[in-house]
Design a protein around this ligand. Structure first.
Ligand SMILES: NC(=O)c1ccc[n+]([C@@H]2O[C@H](COP(=O)([O-])OP(=O)(O)OC[C@H]3O[C@@H](n4cnc5c(N)ncnc54)[C@H](OP(=O)(O)O)[C@@H]3O)[C@@H](O)[C@H]2O)c1
Length: 313
């Protein structure tokens, strides 16, 4: 049997000054023999030049073993790089491309899938028709989570300290998904945040690291209809006061079940591993937030599994 002559090569295109070691280390632990190349401060123009030089030297067969990862904290530029790369590639020189700027796609996928899982576990069903508040939903994680909830046919309230920012996120989601499910709301004071969560079933807090978004007294007073609260900020002060970052579906207020940032983060890491594995196996393809969410959904327990794991026979 002839030996496959092509080593797997993962090429990291990062928008930041230093490529994040998070994704590189995750990859090396899955594929210790893979070769890693990294480019930093990558612009859209740089990406175009780099991708052409990735497509051709190994021929069509080698292209199947060359993978691109787009990362970095510039969410907008990362997506522009993706669009440029998609335009550059053509058969038979198409590469598999993973995109996960600052972990936003895998984190949002983990958060949304975990709230879906908990909703099913608690007998509340899936996300369709539910009302979800994505608090401080104007960053990369919040925007992606809000979009995933809208894709699941939930009604989504996106909050921001500035109405214009929240509305811009909602408008983009509504336009791209051709729905009216997303709505932007200004919420900075406790009362404004309280009003935003008054009639919601699920809250996902996606505020910046080390920023408390939802004080416990506000949740107690206004969150009477809410059954699930999740937070992605693992750096104290946490996004939701009183919600332990390791909480994984525990009842932390009467009839309110919580998922903390570390529970989401652990699941996020598993999703990222699968995303890398799938991109490594596939000769080509785009592995973006939709792919990450599909993986996340495939990893959560189904209603039947919850039922059979809680009812011993
Ligand atoms: N678990 C993981 O693996 C993982 C991975 C990635 C990210 N994360 C966490 O996910 C969260 C969201 O990440 P991100 O990159 O999307 O966040 P981000 O862009 O840094 O911030 C999200 C939003 O937080 C709001 N905000 C910022 N400072 C604030 C303040 N002082 N008070 C109130 N609101 C404030 C802003 O909204 P407005 O200005 O519009 O109000 C901002 O758009 C972070 O906590 C991050 O650490 C976790």
């Amino acid at each position: 049997m002839s030996k496959n002559p092509f080593k797997k090569v993962f090429v990291f295109l990062d928008t930041d000054k230093h490529a994040s070691p998070f994704d590189i280390l995750t990859l090396i632990d899955i594929f210790p023999d893979a070769q890693v190349l990294k480019y930093e401060n990558v612009t859209v123009e740089d990406a175009e030049k780099i991708v052409y030089d990735l497509m051709f030297p190994r021929g069509p067969e080698g292209a199947k073993h060359t993978k691109i990862f787009i990362g970095g904290s510039d969410f907008k530029r990362a997506n522009e790089i993706l669009e440029k790369i998609k335009k550059c590639m053509f058969p038979p020189f198409e590469l598999a491309v993973v995109v996960d700027p600052k972990g936003a796609y895998t984190t949002a996928s983990a958060a949304v899938a975990k709230t879906l899982e908990l909703s099913k576990k608690r007998g509340l069903g899936d996300l369709e028709g539910k009302t979800v508040a994505v608090l401080a939903g104007t960053g990369p994680v919040g925007k992606t989570a809000a979009r995933l909830y809208a894709m699941e046919k939930a009604n989504v309230i996106i909050t921001s300290r500035e109405l214009q920012r929240a509305s811009a996120v909602a408008t983009k989601i509504n336009e791209e998904l051709e729905t009216e499910r997303a709505r932007g709301v200004e919420a900075e004071t406790s009362e404004e945040i309280g009003k935003a969560i008054e009639n919601v079933d699920i809250i996902l807090s996606t505020g910046a690291a080390g920023t408390q978004i939802l004080p416990l007294n506000v949740l107690r007073e206004y969150g009477k209809n809410c059954r699930i609260v999740a937070d992605v900020n693992a750096i104290p002060p946490l996004g939701v006061e009183g919600l332990d970052s390791k909480a994984d579906g525990v009842e932390f207020l009467p009839n309110i079940f919580g998922i903390g940032a570390l529970a989401i983060g652990t699941f996020k890491n598993r999703i990222e591993v699968e995303l890398f594995r799938k991109s490594a196996e596939a000769p080509k393809g785009i592995f973006d937030y939709k792919a990450a969410y599909k993986i996340a959904k495939s990893m959560i327990k189904t209603e039947t599994e919850w039922w059979s794991s809680t009812v011993p026979f």
